[in-house]
Ligand binder design. Structure first.
Ligand SMILES: *[C@@H]1O[C@H](CO)[C@@H](O)[C@H](O)[C@H]1NC(C)=O
Ligand SMILES: *[C@@H]1O[C@H](CO)[C@@H](O)[C@H](O)[C@H]1NC(C)=O
Ligand SMILES: *[C@@H]1O[C@H](CO)[C@@H](O)[C@H](O)[C@H]1NC(C)=O
Ligand SMILES: *[C@@H]1O[C@H](CO)[C@@H](O)[C@H](O)[C@H]1NC(C)=O
Ligand SMILES: *[C@@H]1O[C@H](CO)[C@@H](O)[C@H](O)[C@H]1NC(C)=O
Ligand SMILES: *[C@@H]1O[C@H](CO)[C@@H](O)[C@H](O)[C@H]1NC(C)=O
Ligand SMILES: *[C@@H]1O[C@H](CO)[C@@H](O)[C@H](O)[C@H]1NC(C)=O
Ligand SMILES: *[C@@H]1O[C@H](CO)[C@@H](O)[C@H](O)[C@H]1NC(C)=O
Ligand SMILES: *[C@@H]1O[C@H](CO)[C@@H](O)[C@H](O)[C@H]1NC(C)=O
Ligand SMILES: *[C@@H]1O[C@H](CO)[C@@H](O)[C@H](O)[C@H]1NC(C)=O
Ligand SMILES: *[C@@H]1O[C@H](CO)[C@@H](O)[C@H](O)[C@H]1NC(C)=O
Length: 861
């Protein structure tokens, strides 16, 4: 090719750039006036401390402002018509007189995601009369939205939404929603999520339907709206995207949404919805996203889904949806996420799920699904399978797990799955979390190959029937952070040294197996030992405190060494384990006989919330170890002292306090009544004496269990049980109490167990207790009760009573059969007695989170 020809072609090429591309050709230079307005705006803006805006930084007077980042010009004249200053860390510098409002040709303005720090929106916007889109979402403005916005009649899109509402949210009070939008009839998109509108259903619905009939996108989540979903909303039939989450709608979902033929997304999460969700909405072919989660009173069921449905996401979790999943769920072939946890679905999991080839997340947990899991029916693309808390059965052993190459989280906890666990599960290429606890898996586990490559981070096999040795390959799982194997039948010896390869391990639970854990760790491996936060080695045949805890364990917060064979002294370094982070320490059921001095200063070890020392051989005075314990169990030891007079200073947060079965003497310090959170106070089986402080009666607002049995208390029982008394168990058996039964006990409407046996109470039969509807155990034996046993009423007396012991008293007269017939709970036939009504032990569930039960073991005496 000749030189001439080549340069000719090159010229043509350049010409084609200048003339062929219309935009390039026509773009005018930015007008000087516009340029200087932008520079003035830049000069006046302030930014969040230390953060540099990316777009505005590039604005430079030496270049054409139409080329500046975030700036769009009109093609012909050089007017600035678009300004996108989103995510520029702007914190101020725009007020009524800002040059921003002199950019009067602006059509699109975006100030979203900035940091205006609750300052008010300036009112100058009404000078930008050409605006068609205005986006101030998450910009940080607060307070009233100015009325001037109502003059922007060309607006097609207005976004004032805020995700994280701060101290001072935006609000629509004066003007209200109606005044704001009444002249904005062009609006297609209105997003006011997070703006405080505080309006009843008829107001906001009518304001919308009368002013913005062409609306397509409506965002009003978290706006303090009330219900109902007014019928006038049915006029907004072009709506495609509706967000009303987090409002207190408290109403039914109207069927007219099913008439919105372009509806693609409907989101009504946490709205207090009730009634039955209209099936027709679920059958809309256009609907891609439906979220009605967390509306516990909303019922409904899944209809037959039509072919050609376009659901991407279906979220019904936390509702009362019920019945079975229809086979036609397989028609939702675009579905990526099915979330229906915590509903009332039941029946089998349909095999037709296999047709949902795009499904990534499946969450059916906390329902009543039963039968076997159609593992071959689960789509291979799944990254998450949550089926926990159901009644699923069958084996997972022969499932071809290698189908699930993308599976990251498999959560099957709390079902009735059986059979052995295939070792291939532990080394799936993407699996990070495997939860199989609380099932009926059996057998030994085999070793897995290539464990060191596995991404597994959480492995929970607790509460099954697994046996044999713990596979050594578990100690090769390099990414493991949580390993929970408790409550199985694993046996053999575990050398704790093995965990040194698990650099990320932070929780280890080997408790309650048949393991012997050898805790000695060589100095060499100590240096590379993981930093553990939760260590549970209960019932692991330990004979000494693991010495590695003393060194190199800076973050431990939960330590359970209970039910072992540790003899002798509790070393005082144990109180400094975790450098003050230790929250839970359980040394119960060992053979510990004393605490090494010096004891911790309770004011410095104040992080300890649970201290359980029960069932050891500890002697000496009752130790005070923490100033903020919630759970303190010193029972079944050999402590000999009085209860310190200032005990209440250390019971400020205590819910459970037991010193039963020791050799304590002296009186109960009245200061104990300042422990205002106490629910269980057990001082039984000691040598305590003197009178029972009267203030103990008055703390029964919170106190649920008061056990002072088997001591030497004398005098009368306090008369101070207040109205609203919440006591469930009162045990005073085996003291030398006299006088009468306090009638104020009638205020304790929740009372289940009243044991006054083996005292010297001199009273008539306390028939006024018959109104205590929960009373199940009444023991009056071996006192000086006298007079006839009679009722004031003929029926509904002692309706729950199951055990009554009146022996060894001075009662006289006949026991009328009518009385016994009226005690209904006792006449139930043996077979009909529900196990929960059987009085073997009366259980008091006092702390949900620790799953600890207080057992009233004296109930049968
Ligand atoms: C904005 O900056 C200009 C100078 O760049 C100044 O004259 C003007 O007063 C400032 N305006 C505001 C509102 O701060
Ligand atoms: C505006 O800027 C943000 C942040 O730079 C960007 O993500 C967004 O796409 C822009 N918006 C438009 C409409 O160009
Ligand atoms: C902006 O102007 C409005 C009235 O147009 C006024 O109420 C408001 O106080 C002014 N704000 C500032 C910061 O000057
Ligand atoms: C407003 O801007 C933000 C951030 O750029 C964006 O995410 C959002 O979609 C915009 N709103 C509208 C209605 O376009
Ligand atoms: C809406 O427009 C009407 C007629 O143009 C006008 O009278 C009224 O003041 C406007 N309302 C608001 C809130 O701007
Ligand atoms: C639905 O959307 C299409 C295209 O987006 C539009 O042409 C049609 O008018 C809309 N129909 C309704 C009822 O909103
Ligand atoms: C839905 O539309 C149909 C026909 O257009 C009408 O007969 C019906 O009353 C509408 N339903 C509701 C709840 O508005
Ligand atoms: C562990 O238990 C199995 C039975 O499950 C038994 O065969 C084996 O001998 C036990 N091993 C040890 C070390 O106790
Ligand atoms: C417990 O450890 C002792 C040695 O300390 C050992 O003799 C015994 O067999 C172990 N018990 C079990 C169940 O492993
Ligand atoms: C309790 O402590 C005393 C010494 O104070 C001791 O003689 C006695 O044997 C201990 N009892 C038990 C069960 O350890
Ligand atoms: C019981 O009290 C009455 C007087 O209230 C008295 O006469 C009687 O002796 C007392 N009984 C006993 C056993 O103390």
């Amino acid at each position: 090719m000749s030189h001439l020809l080549r340069s000719l072609l090159y010229s043509l090429f350049l010409l084609s750039i200048f003339f062929g591309n219309g935009k390039f050709l026509a773009t005018a230079r930015c007008l000087d006036e516009q340029s200087s307005l932008l520079l003035q705006l830049k000069a006046n803006l302030s930014f969040s401390l230390g953060l540099i805006p990316s777009k505005i930084s590039s604005w430079d007077s030496n270049t054409d402002c139409c080329s500046w980042e975030g700036v769009t010009c009109d093609d012909n004249v050089g007017h600035v018509i678009g300004l996108n200053l989103s995510s520029e860390f702007i914190s101020g510098g725009i007020d009524n007189s800002s040059s921003l409002f002199s950019l009067r040709y602006l059509q699109n303005l975006n100030l979203a995601i900035n940091a205006f720090n609750s300052s008010p929106i300036p009112s100058g916007f009404d000078r930008l009369l050409h605006l068609t889109t205005l986006n101030l979402s998450n910009s940080g403005f607060g307070g009233q939205i100015p009325i001037e916005f109502s003059r922007l009649t060309r607006l097609v899109s207005l976004d004032l939404s805020t995700l994280f509402v701060g101290e001072l949210p935006l609000k629509l009070e004066q003007p209200g929603l109606k005044e704001l939008i009444q002249n904005l009839s062009e609006l297609r998109t209105l997003s006011l999520d997070g703006v405080n509108i505080s309006a009843p259903g008829s107001y906001w619905a009518q304001a919308l339907s009368s002013s913005v009939p062409n609306l397509q996108v409506l965002g009003l989540s978290n706006c303090h709206l009330s219900g109902p979903l007014d019928f006038s909303l049915s006029n907004l039939r072009f709506l495609s995207d509706i967000r009303l989450d987090l409002n207190d709608i408290s109403a039914e979902v109207p069927e007219f949404f099913a008439n919105f033929t372009n509806l693609t997304s409907l989101s009504l999460s946490s709205c207090g919805l009730r009634g039955k969700f209209p099936e027709k909405i679920l059958q809309l072919r256009t609907l891609q996203t439906l979220d009605v989660s967390v509306n516990p009173k909303l019922g409904g069921s899944l209809p037959e889904f039509p072919k050609g449905a376009s659901f991407r996401m279906l979220r019904l979790s936390g509702t009362s949806f019920t019945r079975e999943l229809p086979d036609s769920i397989g028609n939702l072939k675009f579905l990526t996420s099915l979330e229906i946890w915590s509903c009332n679905f039941y029946g089998a999991i349909p095999v037709s799920l296999v047709r949902l080839t795009k499904l990534v997340s499946l969450d059916l947990s906390s329902n009543n699904f039963s039968g076997t899991v159609p593992w071959l029916g689960l789509p291979e693309n799944l990254a998450e399978i949550f089926l926990y808390n159901n009644r699923l059965t069958g084996s997972i052993h022969s499932v071809p797990w290698n189908r699930f190459l993308k599976l990251e989280n498999l959560h099957l906890r709390n079902n009735s799955l059986t059979g052995t666990i295939p070792s291939s599960l532990f080394t799936l290429p993407s699996l990070k979390q495997l939860h199989l606890a609380h099932n009926q898996f059996v057998g030994p586990l085999s070793e897995s190959s290539n464990a060191s490559l596995s991404p597994l981070a959480v492995l929970d096999l607790s509460s099954n029937n697994l046996e044999g040795p713990i596979p050594t390959s578990f100690f090769e799982l390099q990414n493991l952070a949580t390993l929970l194997l408790s409550f199985n039948n694993f046996n053999g010896t575990v050398h704790l040294e093995n965990i040194q390869k698990l650099g990320n391990l932070s929780s280890l639970d080997l408790s309650y197996n048949r393991l012997s854990v050898n805790t000695s760790v060589s100095d060499a491996s100590l240096s590379s030992f993981p930093e553990i936060g939760v260590l549970s080695l209960a019932s692991c045949n330990l004979t000494e405190f693991p010495s590695f805890l003393r060194i190199n364990q800076p973050i431990i917060r939960f330590l359970d060494l209970s039910n072992n064979k540790i003899h002798g002294v509790v070393p005082n370094w144990i109180w400094n384990v975790g450098n003050g982070l230790l929250v839970h320490l359980n040394l119960s059921c060992n053979f510990l006989d004393h605490l090494e001095e010096p004891l911790p200063n309770p004011n410095y070890s104040s992080g300890l919330v649970t201290i359980d020392l029960h069932s050891n051989l500890l002697q000496g005075p009752l130790p005070i170890l923490s100033s903020s314990a919630v759970y303190l169990d010193y029972s079944n030891n050999n402590f000999t002292s009085t209860i310190p007079a200032n005990i209440s200073s250390y019971l400020s947060y205590t819910i459970f306090f037991s010193v039963s079965n020791n050799r304590l003497h002296g009186e109960i310090p009245t200061s104990i009544c300042n422990a205002s959170y106490l629910q269980v106070l057990d001082l039984s089986n000691n040598n305590l004496s003197h009178m029972i402080p009267t203030c103990l009666g008055s703390i029964t607002w919170t106190l649920r269990v008061l056990n002072l049995g088997h001591n030497n208390f004398k005098g009368s029982i306090p008369q101070t049980f207040p109205v609203g008394c919440g006591l469930r168990t009162l045990d005073l058996n085996g003291n030398v109490l006299e006088g009468s039964v306090p009638t104020t006990l009638g205020n304790c409407k929740m009372l289940e167990v009243l044991d006054l046996g083996n005292n010297q109470i001199n009273d008539t039969f306390p028939f006024w207790l018959e109104s205590l509807l929960q009373l199940r155990v009444l023991i009056l034996r071996s006192n000086h009760f006298h007079g006839p046993i009679r009722s004031t009423k003929t029926d509904h007396t002692f309706p729950s009573l199951q055990i009554i012991d009146l022996s060894s008293n001075d009662f006289v007269g006949n026991l009328s059969s009518e009385i016994f017939l009226s005690w209904k709970a006792m006449t139930v036939e043996g077979d009909e007695i529900q196990s929960e009504h059987k009085i073997e032990t009366v259980k008091f569930k006092f702390l949900e989170f620790s799953q600890v039960y207080y057992q009233d073991s004296d109930a049968n005496k």
